[in-house]
Design a protein around this ligand. Structure first.
Ligand code: TEU
Ligand code: CA
Length: 557
C-alpha cells in the first residue's frame, strides 16, 4: 500500500439536524457545529463527515437534494459553511461531505424540467420508461416500500426511483448528466473540501432491461436491491468518476457499499480502488431480515465476533476499510451489540475498544462517544424517518400488534441514531431552547456530555484515551498498518485479536460474558496500554478478564 494522508486518521460523523441547534428553531445547524469544533478535536478527530447539508425538501432528511450548490436554509448559509471549513482547517481537521448522486430530489431543477418536457433533454437525466400492459415497467419494490416506478403525469411513462418517489434515480448512462455531477464535485473540492462519503453509490448502474424478478412478498413485488447484485459494469462508472474528480484532488472517499463480493474488494479499495475506502457493514448486515425489520434474525456473540474478525483478515489483503459501530441508518451499537447486562459505561467502553483498534479507519458517530442508546417509543407518530414508518406498516401487515411493531422500531429504527445529541442535563438535553424536531432520549439526565466531562472515568474520557493511544507516535504504525491476527477464538465469550507489525505486537482482549475468564497469555506482556477497569498490570502469564472487561496489552515480539 502506498502511504496516503488519510491512512492514520480518525473520523467523526455529524448528523447536522440532530447535532446542536444555535438559534432555537429545534433544528441543528452549522453554527452549532462550529461551536463544537474544539470538542470534536479533543476527541482525537481528524476528519469530520457531514451528512447532507445541501438544499433539500427533507423527505429523506437531506438525502433528497434539490440544489447541489446551495446549503439548506435550515442549517445556515454558504458563508457559514466557508467559516466551518476555515475553522476546521485552523484546528488541522478535514471536512468531508455526503455525496448523494444516485438520485436527487423531485424538486431539483433537472427533474422539474424533465416533467415539463417528458420527451426532452432532461427526461434523459432520469429513467423514463413505458409501462407494460397497464402496469409499471417492472415489479420492483423500493427500499422505502411501494413500487420503484411512479407515473409521469400526462404521459404513458413512469420514472424510476429506488428510494422514495421524491428521490428519482439519475441516469448515469447519460454522459451529460455525468459531466454535470463531475463539475459539481470538483466545485466543492476546489472550495477546500477533503473528500466525500458517497451515498448508495453501488446503485448507480441499472439493468436497463429492467427484468421482473421472482416476487418475494405478498405484494407480488421483488426487492429492487436485487438489481445491485445482478448488474455488471458499475466499475466503469466508478473509475470515470474517480479519474474526473477525486483523483485530481487527492481526495479521501468512503463508499457506502453493501454486500460486496469478497473477490471484488480489490477493485474498490487499495492503491487502485474506486474509493479510498468503503464501510465495513459485515456486522450490521447480519441482522437483515428476509422481509423487513420485524423478522430480523437474532445474532449471537460468536457469529458477530467471527464475522468481524474474518472480514479483517479478508480486507487486509487489499487495503483499509472504514469501521463503524453505528451511523445515521443504524440503531445505537450499545443497545444492538451488547447484552443487557453489558449496556453500562464499562460495557460501552469495551465495545468501543474492540472496534476502534481494528485495522481500518475508525468512524465515530455523534453521541457514540458518550454511549447514547436506543429507546422504545409508544406512538408511531413520534417517529419521523420515512423508512421507519414503512417498516412499522410492514410489521403490522405481517400480524404484529401495535406494541410489538413499536418494539421492532425501538430496536431497528434509524431514528434511534437521530435523536438529538445529549449535551447536558438541562431542558432538551441542551440541544435546543425550542422544540426539538425529534424527541430527545429520556435518559439524557444520566447520559450527557457535561456530566461526562466532569467524570474522569466516563465513557467520553475513555474514548479520548482510546483515540490517543491509536495515534500515539510509538503505536501509530502498528494500529494503522499492523495486521489483525484473531486469537482465543475457541472461547465462547472473548473477542481478542493481535495487531502486529514486524517489530510490535498489541493484544486487544475483551470478555463479553457474565463470568470471569482466566486463561494463559500467549506472549509476555511489556506494558498495559489501556483497561476499562483501570488495571495497570496483569497477573504473571495470565489473561484474566472480568465480565465486560477489555484490556490492551503491548506484548513481546
Ligand atoms: O442509505 C442507503 C441504503 O441502502 C439504506 O436504505 C439502508 O439500506 C438503510 O438505510 C438501512 O436501514 C443511504 C443513506 O445512508 C440513507 O440515509 C438514505 O436514506 C439512502 O441512502 C437514500 O439516499
Ligand atoms: Ca437551528
Amino acid at each position: 500500500m502506498t502511504e496516503k494522508w488519510w491512512h492514520d486518521k480518525i473520523a467523526y460523523q455529524i448528523y447536522p439536524k440532530s447535532f446542536l441547534d444555535s438559534n432555537g428553531d429545534g433544528i441543528g445547524d452549522l453554527r452549532g457545529i462550529i461551536s463544537k469544533l474544539d470538542y470534536i478535536k479533543a476527541l482525537g478527530i481528524d476528519i469530520i463527515w457531514l451528512s447532507p447539508i445541501y438544499k433539500s425538501p427533507f423527505v429523506d432528511q437531506g438525502y433528497d437534494i434539490s440544489d447541489y450548490y446551495a446549503i439548506a436554509e435550515e442549517f445556515g448559509t454558504m458563508e457559514e459553511f466557508d467559516e466551518l471549513l476555515a475553522e476546521a482547517k485552523k484546528r488541522n481537521m478535514h471536512i468531508i461531505m455526503d455525496l448523494v448522486i444516485n438520485h436527487c430530489s423531485d424538486k431539483h431543477e433537472w427533474f422539474q424540467k424533465a416533467l415539463a418536457d417528458p420527451d426532452g433533454e432532461y427526461a434523459d437525466y432520469f429513467y423514463f420508461r413505458k409501462g407494460k400492459n397497464g402496469n409499471p415497467p417492472s415489479n420492483y419494490r423500493s427500499y422505502f416500500g411501494g413500487s420503484c416506478w411512479e407515473p409521469v403525469p400526462g404521459t404513458d411513462k413512469y420514472y424510476f426511483h429506488m428510494f422514495a418517489k421524491e428521490q428519482p434515480d439519475l441516469n448515469w448512462e447519460n454522459p451529460k448528466l455525468r459531466q454535470e455531477l463531475y463539475n459539481m464535485i470538483n466545485w466543492w473540492l476546489e472550495k477546500g473540501l477533503a473528500g466525500f462519503r458517497i451515498d448508495a453509490i453501488i446503485n448507480i448502474k441499472k439493468d436497463l432491461a429492467f427484468p421482473d424478478y421472482e416476487p418475494d412478498g405478498p405484494d407480488g413485488m421483488a426487492a429492487c436491491w436485487k438489481m445491485v447484485e445482478n448488474v455488471d459494469g458499475v466499475g466503469e462508472f466508478l473509475e470515470d468518476l474517480k479519474k474526473n474528480t477525486f483523483q485530481k484532488h487527492d481526495a479521501f472517499t468512503v463508499g457506502e457499499v453493501f454486500n460486496m463480493k469478497a473477490d471484488e474488494l480489490g477493485q474498490f479499495i487499495g492503491d487502485n480502488g474506486h474509493f479510498s475506502t468503503i464501510f465495513d457493514f459485515c456486522a450490521h448486515s447480519l441482522s437483515d431480515g428476509a422481509h423487513g425489520w420485524y423478522d430480523a434474525p437474532h445474532v449471537d456473540f460468536k457469529t458477530w465476533r467471527d464475522t468481524i474478525l474474518s472480514s479483517q483478515i479478508n480486507v487486509q489483503k487489499y487495503g483499509l476499510e472504514a469501521n463503524i459501530i453505528e451511523n445515521h441508518d443504524e440503531p445505537r451499537g450499545v443497545s444492538r451489540f451488547l447484552p443487557k447486562y453489558a449496556q453500562t459505561p464499562v460495557g460501552t467502553k469495551m465495545l468501543g475498544t474492540v472496534n476502534i483498534l481494528l485495522r481500518g479507519i475508525p468512524f465515530i458517530y455523534q453521541g457514540q462517544e458518550i454511549g447514547m442508546q436506543n429507546e422504545i417509543w409508544n406512538d408511531i407518530h413520534d417517529y419521523n424517518d420515512i423508512s421507519t414508518i414503512d417498516q412499522y406498516k410492514l410489521a403490522r401487515e405481517a400480524g404484529l400488534s401495535d406494541t410489538e411493531a413499536l418494539e421492532v422500531c425501538g430496536k431497528m429504527s434509524r431514528d434511534n441514531a437521530r435523536t438529538p445529541v445529549q449535551w447536558n442535563a438541562q431542558v432538551n438535553a441542551g440541544f435546543t431552547t425550542g422544540t426539538p424536531w425529534l424527541k430527545v432520549h429520556s435518559d439524557y439526565k444520566e447520559i450527557n456530555v457535561a456530566a461526562q466531562e466532569k467524570d474522569p472515568d466516563s465513557v467520553l474520557n475513555y474514548y479520548r484515551k482510546l483515540t490517543a493511544i491509536r495515534k500515539a507516535p510509538e503505536y501509530k504504525e502498528v494500529f494503522t498498518y499492523g495486521k489483525t491476527v484473531p486469537t482465543y477464538q475457541d472461547s465462547e465469550t472473548v473477542m481478542a485479536y493481535y495487531r502486529e507489525t514486524k517489530s510490535q505486537r498489541i493484544l486487544v482482549a475483551a470478555n463479553f460474558g457474565r463470568e470471569t475468564v482466566s486463561t494463559k497469555l500467549e506472549y509476555p506482556v511489556k506494558k498495559v496500554l489501556l483497561s476499562n477497569q483501570n488495571h495497570t498490570d496483569c497477573p504473571e502469564g495470565m489473561l484474566k478478564l472480568d465480565s465486560c472487561e477489555v484490556i490492551v496489552l503491548e506484548c513481546e515480539k
